[in-house]
Design a protein around this ligand. Structure first.
Ligand code: SF4
Length: 198
């Protein structure tokens, strides 16, 4: 069971394979892993104790950041993300980043950004489309068209609780959309990042 894996000079955390989306560009469609994490499909979700125990096997001086990402949506386990992030922060002082689809409020049916306070340093939220219809077609969220606005609302809420908030797109969408998404990030008042499509 691969819980932690190395990639891009960071240590990634793989807590769950659950995700309410089925993005057309998801790496899970083509591969079983990323970086040194060759097998990211979990037989079952690891417990908090298993995660903490496995963490002890890694030399943290080798990594720039700890990144909650993996082969699923980390915030499906938001309480566990917060607990593990605080545990690692206390032990290492490393920057903690969370990569998320931003649909946590819909997953848990309540506002959730405040739960990240004091646990997450950087949250990178996948924007990936300039409007609700394109987002629904491209990311196929189980919550339907309301997902796009919920994701933007989550990004706005995160500004209050997380030091750095990023809206990101993959570079395989068309150039006009990349610029429209840049404008959305500006309007929300957060950073913007164009990710390389794997
Ligand atoms: S949100 Fe992430 S894990 Fe979920 S389908 Fe999309 S790319 Fe894959």
């Amino acid at each position: 069971m691969t819980i932690f894996y190395e990639a891009y000079d960071n240590l990634y955390v793989n807590l769950t394979n659950k995700c309410p989306c089925a993005c057309e560009f998801c790496v899970r469609n083509e591969e079983d892993g990323v970086g040194e994490g060759n097998h990211l499909w979990l037989e079952r979700e690891p417990t908090i104790e298993e995660i903490k125990k496995d963490f002890e096997n890694f030399d943290m001086s080798k990594y720039n950041e700890i990144v909650f990402c993996g082969f699923g949506e980390p915030l499906e386990r938001i309480d566990d993300v917060v607990e593990i992030a605080k545990y690692i922060k206390e032990k290492t002082g490393k920057t903690i980043r969370l990569n998320t689809n931003g649909l946590s409020d819909l997953i848990h049916n309540k506002p959730t950004a405040h739960l990240l306070k004091g646990a997450i340093d950087i949250v990178s939220i996948s924007l990936n489309a300039p409007d609700a219809k394109t987002y629904e077609q491209r990311c196929r969220p189980s919550f339907g068209e309301k997902s796009f606005q919920a994701m933007l609302d989550f990004a706005k809420d995160c500004k209050e609780y997380v030091p750095t908030v990023i809206l990101s797109v993959v570079d395989c969408i068309d150039k006009e959309e990349i610029e429209q998404c840049r404008k959305i990030a500006q309007d929300v008042g957060v950073n913007y990042r164009i990710r390389t499509f794997i």
